[in-house]
Ligand binder design. Structure first.
Ligand SMILES: Cc1ncc(COP(=O)(O)O)c(C=O)c1O
Length: 397
């Protein structure tokens, strides 16, 4: 029996059954690889779902967290802590934003964005337009914002005030804006919904609509932010600047942290007592996230590599599409790529796992997502492509 099996069996007895977990217990991680309890290595093209973007246990992040853990782990937001201030400064200096609110997850960052929009626009303009296939989190309000029925099933009544329009359709968005609209909330590339990048000009078109109607443009960059799409922020690809941006995932490289970045005008809606978080912006998570941002900024190779390896993976998968009939589409941006299959993709992901490659599933479970660390090398991409092709061929047979 493998050493992982008892851990899996114990987990199955005591953990909620809310995740469709794969039969793998991970003991440790190093850069683009994780290792199970028997020491077997897996090429990690999930990366915690776009979280460990600098690779597992990046030395600069580890040292920053270790040092901070010896100095101060928690500090109430009744007071100031230097790592939080330094991280906010770094986010402001590297983005459109003027101010930052810190929380602990992507859902919390979007929840803060939604509260900000309602407070900023006043009681008569409360409606937020999002898109079909979007994903914004698992709290009741972010579930309401999410444009996927399967996420909402069994949770009604959901908080009201959200409408969903087709993605990448500016006419539909324009038609949906009315006197009650407060904001548009959109991911620059749909992640969980199936990895759909928009057409060139879509995000800029959203900006123009928001300007015309005096409403807020809010980008959910929880998955696309912090380099994932080959630019530091996903919005930079299209040159469309939002008023508000939600971050999490890759920001901490595994330290739990979320952030809402906003312009001065938008941020002032959330004054004293309107919103908060006990753990948000804690010194430990902020020290880790600051090391992440500094590493990306100090080493231009990381974003160059994201673009180069993203292009290589995209070319490899596109070539595979010509050989494997099960593949009906390949799409994405940077190192956030999706391969749409002609049916359920879980058997392919399981066959990849058996062969030592981790991939995740999105959309209706028919799309395989590739989101490796931004440090991924050519040889890793070649190995992943070879394993994936075998897995697709095997499950077609
Ligand atoms: C775009 C987007 N927004 C929000 C979330 C929710 O983030 P979290 O799981 O940290 O709450 C996710 C998670 O997958 C996401 O991809």
């Amino acid at each position: 029996m493998s050493k992982s099996e008892p851990i899996i069996a114990r987990g199955n007895k005591v953990l909620f059954g809310n995740y469709a977990r794969f039969p793998l217990a991970i003991k440790k991680g190093r850069d683009c690889r994780v290792f199970d309890w028997d020491g077997r290595a897996y090429l990690d093209f999930v990366a915690g779902v776009a979280v460990t973007s600098l690779g597992h246990c990046h030395p600069k992040v580890t040292v920053a967290v270790q040092k901070q853990a010896q100095r101060l782990v928690h500090c109430s937001n009744l007071y100031y802590n230097e790592p939080q201030v330094a991280l906010a400064e770094a986010l402001v200096a590297s983005s459109f934003g003027d101010r930052v609110f810190f929380c602990n997850s992507g859902a919390e960052a979007n929840e803060a964005a939604i509260k900000l929009a309602r407070k900023a626009m006043g009681p008569s303009r409360f409606e937020i337009i999002t898109v079909r296939r979007s994903f914004h989190g698992r709290t009741l309000t972010t579930v309401a914002a999410t444009g996927q029925d399967k996420v909402k099933e069994g949770f009604n009544p959901l908080p009201p005030g959200f409408i969903h329009v087709p993605f990448d359709d500016l006419d539909a968005m324009a038609a949906a804006i009315g006197p009650q609209t407060a904001a548009i909330l959109v991911e620059p590339v749909l992640g969980e919904g199936g990895v759909y990048p928009p057409s060139a000009g879509y995000l800029k078109g959203l900006r123009a609509l928001c300007d015309r109607h005096g409403i807020l443009l809010m980008f959910d960059e929880v998955q696309t932010g912090v380099g994932r799409c080959g630019t530091l922020w996903g919005y930079q690809h299209d040159g469309a600047v939002p008023d508000v941006m939600a971050l999490a995932k890759g920001l901490g490289n595994g330290m739990p942290i979320g952030a809402l970045v906003a312009t001065e005008a938008a941020a002032k809606a959330l004054g004293p007592g309107t919103h908060g978080s006990t753990f948000g912006g804690g010194p430990l998570a902020c020290a880790g996230a600051l090391a992440v941002l500094q590493t990306i900024q100090d080493d231009p190779w990381l974003l160059e590599n994201t673009r180069a390896m993203g292009a290589k993976l995209m070319a490899g998968l596109t070539a595979l599409k010509a050989r494997q009939r099960r593949i009906i589409d390949v799409r994405g941006r940077g190192l956030l790529l999706g391969v749409h299959l002609d049916g359920p993709a879980r058997p392919v992901a399981e066959a990849c796992l058996t062969r030592g490659l981790l991939v995740s599933l999105v959309g209706g479970g028919e799309t395989v997502r590739f989101s490796p660390p931004l440090t991924v090398r050519e040889a890793d991409v070649d190995d992943a492509l070879a394993i994936f092709e075998k897995a697709v061929a095997e499950t077609a047979a």
